[in-house]
Design a protein around this ligand. Structure first.
Ligand SMILES: [Zn+2]
Length: 297
């Protein structure tokens, strides 16, 4: 296959790239992820018959203009335009990965650890699996608060705090069935001994639908529990756990805000059932429905 370019970000696609073709041309994996397109066979099939802006519209996104150079370069790659006959030289399109661009522009609202940074405004995190970070946006991946599945804080292999997050229980507790403390912080009791050799926070998050784990160490060598170093690192670990609990709450609150819509649907469904059972008349149904929707009766 000749080189093609993503019609959204102009990044070059090769035979190893994941992309989906739409009427306007190919869309790369990270742009698809950005547009929150879920790649089921049905979705891919229907994207084939849509323009980019139709796809964007179906995801509630504003239309964008596609770079003409990208369209031309794709047409040449497809053999629709012979390269020689295109009078103007193709201006090489700049390769921009939108996820990388977002990570570069990421402005954290906290400074607990370099391995995971939070932005409460966009409700996103960037995560790095590298423990000793030489700063480069390339070591990070970008995720929404929603993608945080589970977390736990452990000292010397002893779980001090777990998340209590409902979604962790989907398919069983991810951290080996210790059970979860509902919102309780540091509730699992003291770790015995006057030294700590290992302290860290483990986080499970979703990356393109797959569970990934990142371990963030705070203590890695034998440290006395009455030392300054122990206290400072414990405070940081606790701060991180509190932050993770915080964002869990943000996600839960958002879900709760969305709930009334479902309630309305449930209410109307209930009236419809009464109508179908002939317990109420069509007129009564219309009246109840209008009332439920907050309209004048
Ligand atoms: Zn792209």
């Amino acid at each position: 296959m000749a080189s093609k370019y993503c019609i959204v970000c102009s990044s070059r696609l090769n035979m190893f790239s994941t992309f989906v073709g739409c009427i306007d041309g190919p869309i790369c994996k990270s742009c698809l992820k950005h547009m929150k397109c879920v790649l089921t066979p049905e979705n891919v099939e229907s994207m084939h018959n849509q323009t980019l802006n139709e796809i964007r519209e179906s995801h509630g996104l504003d239309p964008i203009n596609i770079n003409e150079n990208v369209i031309k370069a794709n047409a040449i790659a497809d053999g629709q335009i012979p390269a020689e006959s295109s009078s103007e030289a193709i201006v090489p399109v700049e390769e921009v990965d939108p996820e990388l661009a977002a990570i570069e522009a990421f402005t954290p609202t906290d400074s607990i650890t370099k391995q995971i940074k939070f932005d409460d405004k966009s409700k996103q995190v960037i995560i790095s699996k590298f423990r000793h970070i030489v700063y480069s946006p390339k070591v990070y991946t970008l995720h929404s608060y929603n993608d945080i599945v589970d977390f736990e804080y452990e000292e010397d292999g002893h779980v001090v705090t777990a998340s209590g997050m409902g979604k962790a229980l989907i398919g069983g507790a991810l951290f080996g069935g210790l059970g979860f403390i509902g919102g309780g912080l540091m509730g699992r009791g003291k770790v015995k001994g006057d030294k700590c050799t290992k302290m860290g926070v483990k986080i499970i998050y979703l990356d393109n639908g797959k569970h990934e784990t990142v371990y963030i160490p705070f203590i890695e060598t034998s440290t006395k529990k009455n030392s300054f170093s122990y206290r400072v690192n414990k405070e940081l670990a606790e701060k991180l756990i509190l932050k993770l609990m915080d964002i869990t709450k943000i996600v839960e609150d958002e879900k709760a805000l969305a709930a009334p819509t479902n309630d309305l649907a449930e209410t109307i469904k209930g009236y419809k059932q009464l109508l179908d059972d002939e317990a109420i008349t069509q007129e009564e149904f219309d009246m109840l429905k209008r009332k439920a929707m907050g309209l004048d009766v």
